[in-house]
Each structure stands twice: as C-alpha cells, then as structure tokens.
Design a protein around this ligand. Structure first.
Ligand SMILES: Nc1ncnc2c1ncn2[C@@H]1O[C@H](COP(=O)(O)OP(=O)(O)OP(=O)(O)O)[C@@H](O)[C@H]1O
Length: 261
C-alpha cells in the first residue's frame, strides 16, 4: 500500500514530461514539464490545439498502459500513487480512477451485452459479485444517462453512436471512482443527454470525486466550474480558474482565441 501523501489531492503533477516513441524510431516529447494540482471534489479542464499532448497526459494519469508512451521526467501522484513507477499499485490506481478514453464509445467490446460492458470493471475484479446488486447498479446508471432499461440486453452494434458513448460513460462510473478522467466525454451527445452526463459528474463531485476532463468547449468548462490548463506542443501556456481568469503567457494569443471563441 503506497504512502498517502496529500490525502485531499487526487492528482499532483510535478514537472511531468512524457515521451512517445514510434516504431520508426522517432521520439517525441509530447508533454514537457507540466505541473498542477487537482484537489478532490474539483475539476480541471485540459485544453489546447490538436497534438498538444492532452490525450497523452490523460492516458498516463489514468494508469493505462499504452505502448511507446512513458514518463521521462518529473512525476505525477494519483491518489498518492506515482504514475512513473506504480509497481503493483497500478491495480489500485485503476480502481480509484475511472478513465473514459477518447472515442471510447466506438471501442466497446463487441461480444458483450451492454449490461456486461458496464459491469465488467466489477466482474473482472470479483467473479462472485452479487448479480442482482450488479443489475440494479447497471440499471441505475442507464437511467442516470437517459438510456432505456431495455438497452441492457442489447449489443453495442445495436445502439447509436451517442448511446454507445453513454454506455462507455456508465462503465467508467460503475466503480464510483475517486477520480474521473474523461477525454472529450460529451462527443456524440445532444443537449439533453449532455446535461444528464454533466449532472452525473456534478453529483459525484458533491461526494468528493475529482474530474480531469479533456475538452475545448468553453461551455463545458463553465458548466463544470472547472479550472483550466492550456497546453500547446506539450507545454503549459496557461493555468487558471475558468476561461475568463487565466494566467496568460505573452505568447498565448492563439490559445486565448482557442478558449474564448
Ligand atoms: N498512437 C500514437 N502513435 C504515435 N504518435 C501519437 C499517437 N497518439 C498521439 N501521437 C502524437 O503525440 C502527440 C500528442 O498527441 P495527443 O493525442 O496526446 O494530443 P492531443 O492534444 O490529445 O490531440 P487531439 O486534440 O488531436 O486529440 C502528437 O504529436 C500526436 O501526433
């Protein structure tokens, strides 16, 4: 069990640098010297142009293994666990952290029913789980995300893209994570459904869940009362509260337009 530094902090990133190596042998520093603190019960939006390193940062913080992506400088502690060398604590890290990867709805396991997909983070950890209790939990999540209860018995290919994204969203929340990391989670959702998904986040935040969200939508930042970290080419160019009160660096005109457009 790792030592719990910072019990009130979900993520502490300190001078974190990430490298991507490709098969062609080209190494790119996709995140360079990024520092921030995300306390529990709060939200941080990672913004920035395409290729800025947002998804790479979210992936590493979630404890997910991605070939070729590694921490090469600094570190980040997620629930007190260092992502650079989590060792056996990686299991604990992924238990505490719900990770909704980019386009997660398009990558659901094809041979599982929706109920199995949503329940899988539980059943993969405990095969003797009480099936009735699990069914209730799945039904509650379906309802919370405005999916029909009948969707539970369907397969992902039988659903629309928007419904699949909500199934992925529900799966990420099924373990009631302490930290929710979501990469463009509202993709393919219409206004009403977005509101339901946003409310699902806010309800859990009231119970202490921290959220790190990759988005370039100013409305999302406002609705979630998020702090903002803007990346460009792996560097922090702005870090502050909301999009109105960022600490802009002199070179950040383009990024300012990005988040105020
Ligand atoms: N699977 C991959 N293999 C090789 N390079 C990658 C891969 N994924 C991302 N990259 C590269 O890593 C850098 C950072 O990409 P990343 O996806 O983290 O940025 P991003 O800010 O999330 O961009 P986007 O908004 O387009 O998703 C970019 O130069 C990108 O081309």
């Amino acid at each position: 069990m790792p030592r719990r530094r910072d019990p009130d902090v979900a993520i502490r990133a300190s001078d974190l640098s990430l490298l991507r190596s490709s098969r062609g042998g080209v190494d790119v520093r996709v995140v360079d010297g990024v520092s921030f603190v995300l306390p529990h019960a709060s939200t941080l939006a990672i913004m920035g142009p395409t290729g800025a390193g947002k998804s790479s940062l979210a992936t590493i913080l979630s404890g997910s293994e991605e070939p070729g992506l590694a921490v090469v400088g600094g570190d980040a502690w997620v629930e007190g666990i260092p992502v650079r060398r989590p060792g056996r604590s990686v299991r604990e890290l992924t238990y505490y952290t719900g990770f909704l990867a980019q386009s997660a709805g398009a990558k659901l396991p094809a041979r599982m029913t929706v109920a199995e997909v949503i329940g899988e983070p539980i059943t993969s950890r405990d095969r003797r789980v009480n099936q009735r209790a699990l069914a209730v939990r799945v039904a509650t999540l379906l309802d919370e995300l405005m999916l029909p209860l009948g969707a539970a018995a369907k397969y992902p290919y039988e659903l629309s893209a928007g419904m699949r994204q909500r199934v992925a969203f529900a799966r990420t929340l099924v373990l009631e994570p302490r930290l929710f990391i979501a990469d463009e989670p509202f993709a393919n959702m219409d206004v009403e459904v977005r509101r339901a998904a946003r409310d699902a986040i806010l309800r859990r935040r009231d119970h202490g869940m921290a959220t790190l969200i990759v988005t370039n939508e100013k409305e999302v930042v406002r609705d979630l009362h998020a702090d903002v970290l803007v990346l460009r080419a792996g560097h922090t160019v702005a870090y502050g509260r909301g999009t109105e009160d960022l600490l802009w660096t002199p070179s950040s005109g383009a990024d300012h337009r990005l988040v105020t457009s």
